[in-house]
Design a protein around this ligand. Structure first.
Ligand code: SF4
Ligand code: SF4
Length: 553
């Protein structure tokens, strides 16, 4: 195996990248190798689908396969080697279907088809053992390759993975776009050719960022269209007496189905991790048995799930081994998620999880009520834009910090807690993603009625945060880079890589990135990113705050 896609990848004096029997996330070598073969076949599908589209030919079966399949390969999503063998078989059939589409389009247009190779002609072995022997051809490895070329290929691949995951969330919400399908195929097909040109690679990375912005816009429209615009909402963070189901991940359609299927059954539904912002959506908060949020960010799930006296449903990233603490039998996976031996929910029929919840004891008492407030997405914030603009003009608000992205277990993550604690009282923090759990239970006060901590939503809601920044820039008649705004991006996995590329594509400068920088970026590439985009590695929180305030003054 070789995998370098996330922040917790192996980096020591002998190795860079997880490359032994098991990655630091728990992914074993066979699963990693099978994921590589799946991605290779997705590139093969894209080689044909991209070319067929040039002749106006497309096929929804082919288009709809790529994003959900790609999503399974993100960090902490699917650890089930058996699922990947099945996906590889499906991908090979879809690739052949795409080939047929392309050849027919060439024939209709009296054109000679291109002789494609690599993923376009790869034939997966008939057995799992055979597939594992083939993995070398599919795995991206830096050996013998220019470090900058390797780093940029990774940046594009991981940005595309994040983009595909967000697009899958949008598809679940009923949104589809031919432009997005075309973009995913185009850039995957580009990667299939193992490009070497640095300028071309850099330009393509930014194009992936542009594509991701469109995906995030679609996702925002899907979420607000289906559930309404988030409203500021106090969410209970302590449990109440009764049977319980915990829903983690990002998928609000799964949450809606669980709420509908548990109605009248005496089960309280709790959110976990990135589903906390779901409480702010009118259609979801209307369910009286949506009882609150339990626990915190993904990396604490093993102790939190062990202690939870009910069933648990993991709807998307980020999953950790459920067996070491003995709750695997009452954990259920859905959508792209998988763990060997864990019950996988099909067709959104959550009855096995509901049965399991009824068999568990549930909470025996009401705990003392505590709350956090969520729901400051673009509509809520821009609804008080005049108040915000006046507060900036009067000097009551001196600066905004957007602290967004993923949480993780690394010790450097304390940076975000310290950062939030050290922000001056005349500054406002906006937050997206699960990194917020580092500071969202602290009291930060308000500025003339505007809370100092505004929870914009999931990492999926980065579009909302960007819209807030753009609207503020318009109100002040300046560009986003001229606003008194600093972005602190906490990256962990590939969704964050996609958001980073979007910020760079928008020309947003001076993004602070951490807690460590991606191991796949070579020193040269980092230099380019620092020079061109003023990308800044995180330093000391107090010094970073002081520098940001000085830069804006
Ligand atoms: S996802 Fe991250 S931790 Fe897991 S194998 Fe890949 S780089 Fe390593
Ligand atoms: S923000 Fe990132 S780390 Fe956190 S749950 Fe979502 S995908 Fe995982």
């Amino acid at each position: 195996m070789f995998c370098i896609q996330c922040e917790q990848t192996l980096v020591n004096q002998v190795a860079t990248g997880c490359q032994f029997k098991r990655g630091n996330c728990g992914k074993d070598a066979p699963t990693s190798d099978l994921q590589d073969i799946l991605i290779y076949l997705l590139e093969g599908i894209a080689q044909y689908a991209h070319r067929a589209r040039q002749f106006g030919a497309s096929d929804t079966t082919i288009d709809r396969f790529v994003a959900p399949a790609f999503f399974t390969t993100l960090t902490n999503v699917n650890f089930d080697a058996g699922r990947f063998v099945g996906l590889i078989r499906e991908a090979a059939l879809i690739r052949d279907q795409a080939r047929g589409l392309y050849l027919a389009a060439c024939e209709r247009n009296s054109m000679q088809p291109e002789q494609l190779n690599g993923p376009a002609t790869f034939e997966p072995a008939a057995t799992r053992e055979g597939l594992l022997e083939q993995a070398g051809v599919a795995t991206m490895r830096p050996a013998g390759e220019d470090a900058d070329v390797f780093g940029l290929n990774c940046l594009i691949l991981y940005g595309l993975k994040g983009c595909a995951a967000y697009y899958d969330h949008a598809m679940v919400l009923g949104k589809e776009s031919d432009e997005i399908y075309a973009g995913l195929h185009k850039y995957l097909s580009y990667l299939a050719e193992r490009p070497q040109d640095i300028d071309g690679l850099l330009a393509t990375a930014l194009k992936v960022g542009e594509l991701n912005l469109k995906v995030m816009e679609l996702l925002d429209a899907g979420g607000t269209g289906m559930f309404g615009h988030p409203e500021p909402t106090a969410v209970r963070t302590t449990p109440i007496r009764g049977k319980a189901i915990l829903v983690s991940g990002h998928d609000m359609v799964d949450l809606l189905n669980i709420l509908q299927q548990t109605e009248g059954k005496g089960i309280n539904v709790y959110t976990h991790g990135e589903l906390l912002p779901a409480h702010a959506y009118p259609k979801l908060k209307a369910f009286r048995h949506l009882a609150g949020n339990y626990g915190s960010a993904w990396q604490n799930q093993q102790s939190e799930f062990q202690a939870f006296p009910g069933a648990i449903v993991m709807t998307s990233n980020c999953l950790i081994d459920p067996n070491t603490r003995g709750y695997g039998e009452r954990l259920f996976t859905a959508g792209p998620v998988g763990w060997p031996g864990v019950h996988h929910i099909e067709n959104r029929d959550f009855s096995p999880a509901i049965e399991a919840a009824l068999q568990q004891p549930g909470f025996d008492v009401d705990h003392i009520e505590r709350t956090v407030t969520v729901g400051f997405a673009r509509n809520a914030v821009l609804g008080v834009a005049d108040k915000v603009v006046d507060a900036v003009k009067s000097g009551a608000i001196r600066h905004f910090f957007l602290i967004g992205g993923c949480d993780g277990a690394a010790p450097g993550r304390n940076y975000y807690t310290e950062f939030a604690e050290s922000t001056p009282a005349n500054t406002v923090m906006l937050t997206i993603g699960c990194g917020k759990y580092r500071f969202n239970d602290q009291q930060h006060g308000d500025i003339g009625g505007i809370p100092r901590l505004l929870d914009v939503g999931q990492c999926n809601d980065a579009y909302s945060a960007i819209q807030i920044a753009v609207a503020l820039a318009n109100a002040f008649g300046c560009g986003v880079n001229d606003l008194p705004l600093t972005l602190i991006v906490s990256w962990f996995e590939q969704k964050a890589a996609a958001v980073l590329l979007t910020l760079l594509a928008l020309g947003i400068k001076n993004v602070h990135l951490g807690p460590t920088l991606p191991a796949y970026l070579s020193p040269n590439l980092l230099k380019v990113l620092v020079e061109k985009f003023e990308l800044r590695p995180l330093g000391n929180p107090q010094e970073d705050i002081a520098r940001a305030l000085k830069r804006a003054s």
